[in-house]
Design a protein around this ligand. Structure first.
Ligand SMILES: [Zn+2]
Length: 570
């Protein structure tokens, strides 16, 4: 698989790309003072609150809070993965993305693999047209010809070398087919088709390219009912969702996604007009899945069987989404009646009936406490303690925010156990930093985030480095980073913090109004803030030494230092 993209390259890329161009190609921008503005592409609005800043190289919406660099814009607007967004921008400016740790072997060209998989999909479609039995299967399952075409469904005939002889015309192509997971090498070195006598479901990536297949056995036999492609350079099942490309094709804006269990559920829901259905590929929902799901839509509905296995799968889905539940994201659970699947329900109750069930789906919080409290007597102290014990490590994974507070409140209400775990205290302290009015640390960080070049005007390390105050370490780090990268702009600085806890707070500071018109005034303010912090650090040191002296613990060196500090203050 592709290796990591070095940070240097991201910096270089963001320095060459202009976010105004990238956004401007997709959204009509109007010049507004030093910035550009538009009606926000991420939420519905009549008056523009979306701005793009050429100097900071990022966009921000004052209505919905959307913000980011050119990379972030492509990820959110075109719904690209990080790597794809970087590739896309690199192409614009004629750079080749260097991947760390990727070896290029001869014939290791992914383009060839994509072409081969597209060829295989075509082969399976032609075989379907030639097989009455396979066509009959899809007919019995209620699929219309247009649906077969839309999902590119096909058939792998009951033969050992049908695909191999059709596409494996040279030894190099046979090797590629094996790499694509379509051929298997047997014990005696014989190479044959992996998929035999199966109806075939192409699995597409987010750009609509075939990357793998799922196959369902046509005749009853000993073989597994469902068979997927193995992991290949193109296919990582923990990161792919069946149907996602079709969802994006059918919906310009995706308000919700429905996660169902199988290929046929997805396809039949789409056919019925519920074009937001996707499925994982024979695996439980992973953290990667959760992130991909929420990047597409704020509301994700998990539809599972109401039986024991279904509830277990739902619980694993819950665990995978907990760390991804930032404010504004919602997970809901719909348990289907015994013996029903999404398709049979739509058939019996119509899409309106299915919509009613979705509207009554269980919010994650409800499912969470219902499952944890399942075999616990909440009337007893012991039971309450056990509930708190089970919930605490799970809730610790939920990102800081209103949803987390709500879950903690609910746990306290149910268990009577107060949840002031250290993690919560840290989070509260961090929030206090972000909102403390006019603290010097905050002022200095704000200025630095707006104008990273200010770091060049002062010495590092920070004189106030030892100061015990929230944010000092972050300020120290920012200062070091900005000095080490004199060409960084705001977007590049923020990109460096992507995925870290501080990212949100820094974004907020970066989008607060820049009150300084010229650099000199900002620099004076920045120097003042640092000088103020240095004073506070000296005061703190003085207090420490005075305390130790009062306790009779101060040695000669300490007394010397104290005298000097007091003298300097006088
Ligand atoms: Zn917005």
């Amino acid at each position: 698989m592709a290796g990591r993209i070095p940070e240097r390259f991201i910096d270089d890329l963001l320095a060459r790309v202009d976010v105004v161009d990238v956004v401007g190609e997709r959204v009509q921008l109007r010049k507004a003072g030093r910035e550009w503005s538009a009606c926000c592409p991420f939420h519905d609005e009549r008056t523009p609150s979306f701005t793009v800043s050429p100097s900071k190289q990022f966009y921000h919406c004052f209505g919905c809070g959307a913000h980011g660099s050119a990379i972030g814009f492509l990820m959110n607007y075109d719904r690209m993965e990080f790597t794809d967004a970087v590739e896309e921008l690199a192409r614009r400016v004629g750079l080749e993305v260097p991947y760390e740790g990727r070896r290029r072997e001869p014939g290791d060209d992914l383009t060839e693999l994509y072409e081969l998989l597209a060829g295989a999909a075509g082969h399976f479609r032609r075989q379907l047209a030639a097989s009455e039995a396979a066509q009959a299967y899809f007919r019995q399952r209620g699929l219309e010809p247009a649906t077969l075409e839309r999902f590119g469904l096909g058939y792998a005939p009951d033969a050992w070398e049908a695909l191999k002889s059709a596409l494996g015309t040279t030894p190099a192509r046979v090797a590629l087919l094996e790499k694509a997971g379509l051929l298997i090498r047997g014990e005696r070195g014989r190479i044959y088709d992996r998929f035999r006598d199966r109806v075939m479901f192409p699995i597409l990536d987010r750009r609509g390219r075939t990357i793998a297949f799922g196959g369902r056995i046509l005749q009853k036999s000993e073989a597994a009912k469902y068979l997927n492609s193995p992991e290949t350079p193109l296919f990582h099942k923990g990161r792919e969702l069946f149907g996602l490309w079709h969802v994006r094709e059918a919906n310009p804006k995706i308000a919700r996604l429905l996660v169902v269990e199988g290929y046929m559920d997805v396809i039949r829901l789409h056919q019925a007009g519920l074009t937001q259905a996707v499925a994982t590929l024979g695996t439980a929902t992973t953290h990667d899945h959760a992130e991909i799901l929420f990047r597409q839509a704020p509301d994700v509905y998990f539809c599972f069987d109401g039986d024991r296995a279904g509830r277990q799968a739902a619980w694993r889905a819950l665990e995978s989404v907990l760390p991804r539940l930032r404010d504004g994201r919602q997970a809901l659970f719909l348990f289907l009646p015994e013996g029903e699947d999404p398709d049979s329900l739509v058939a019996a109750e119509g899409t309106a009936g299915f919509e009613r069930r979705l509207a009554a789906a269980m919010p994650l919080s409800q499912f969470f406490f219902a499952e944890l409290g399942r075999d616990v007597n909440l009337a007893s102290l012991d039971g309450k303690a056990r509930l708190a014990e089970r919930a605490r490590p799970l809730l610790a994974q939920v990102p800081d925010g209103a949803f987390r507070d709500l879950m903690h409140g609910e746990l306290e209400r149910l268990s009577g156990v107060s949840l002031h775990a250290p993690a919560t205290r840290i989070a509260t302290a961090r929030r206090a930093t972000a909102s403390a009015p006019r603290s010097l640390v905050r002022a200095a960080i704000t200025l630095l985030v707006h104008r990273p070049q200010l770091a060049l005007a002062v010495e590092a390390p920070l004189v106030a480095a030892g100061l015990r105050q929230p944010g000092v370490e972050l300020l120290q780090e920012l200062l070091g980073l900005c000095q080490a990268h004199p060409a960084w702009n705001t977007a590049m600085l923020l990109q460096h913090y992507a995925g870290r806890d501080e990212a949100g707070a820094l974004q907020k500071l970066a989008t607060s109004a820049d009150i300084f018109d010229d650099h000199a005034a900002a620099e004076a303010e920045f120097r003042d803030a640092l000088a103020g912090l240095a004073r506070q650090a000296r005061q703190q040191r003085t207090d420490d030494l005075l305390q130790r002296q009062a306790a009779g613990e101060l040695d000669e060196a300490g007394k010397d230092e104290l005298r000097q500090l007091l003298a300097a203050r006088a």
